[in-house]
Design a protein around this ligand. Sequence first.
Ligand code: BJW
Length: 264
Amino acid sequence: MPNPANIVILTGAGISAESGVATFRGPGGLWEGHRVEDVCTPEALARDPVLVHRFYDARRAALRSVAPNAAHLALARLDEAWPGELLIVTQNVDDLHERAGAKRVLHMHGELRSALCAACGARTAWEGDMLSTSPVRREPVEGPAFPSTPAGEGRGFDRPSPNGEGFVARSCDRCGVPAIRPDIVFFGEMPYQMERIEQAIARCDLFVSIGTSGAVYPAAGFVQTARWHGAATLELNLEPSLGSYLFDETRLGPAGELAPAWVD
Ligand code: BJW
């Protein structure tokens, strides 16, 4: 392996588990009885925007009471010290990598602390609740619908919202259209910055996956791409993921122990 090697690190919900952020497919992975696959779709947002906004408002609020753990801190140290190319591709929508001090982070599934305008595609920082606490009952707005896009930026949701009795999306500061939604990549939508990710994987010498079940694509396929380009592959996870057999090496245990041991 060249020195310094180029490294891509894929992280998933498991890296934030020891910070108290629930994973999706383990115990406690349900939210009020809903599977993420049922809440996290453009169709769910169109059908029941209040439910989807409550889900993301609750998760955004919960961010305030969690802190980076030893795994986030270890990756931040590596990011700071590593002279070669390094990219932390996180599927997580929390900001724990950044709060640990990591700089080279890419959020492929969006961010809780960001809002997306489904009308004009503007992305803006967002701190509080997105669901208005005192929704104004308004007649459905006439005008263009914003069809859900199967892929691509400018993802949207259909208006008027069916469970939108009383629901009015917040207005976008840029275009003025009431079409603010969580800046989250829903199922069926294209993850962010795929080209940059693919380029980084094609150049990497080492691909490391930490705390992800390998259940969701395209992230689950990155290990195969990395192998195809000749990278060494390492998995750190509590239990074997669905794609464990694809890695050169799998180390099992909590990320808070395995990541510092790997980095230091
Ligand atoms: C620990 C630990 C500890 C616990 N230490 N480890 C059929 C086949 C193939 C693909 C598809 C298909 N049908 C549909 C698709 C595509 C679909 C998909 O993959 N569906 C699957 C359900 C099959 N994917 C999409 O739609 C994506 N877009 C897309 O494909 O666009 C088209 C396209 C793309 C590219 C090229 C060409 C076309 C979009 C996916 C969006 C995912 N969104 C979510 C929610 C948003 C974020 C949020 O709300 O928070 O992202 S779903 C959810 O799953 C979230 C996660 O990022 C993602 C992955 O979950 P993750 O991180 O792996 O968590 P868990 O809970 O599954 O696993 C945790 C792991 O940690 C476990 O293994 C534990 O053991 C471990 N662990 N504690 C270490 N202490």
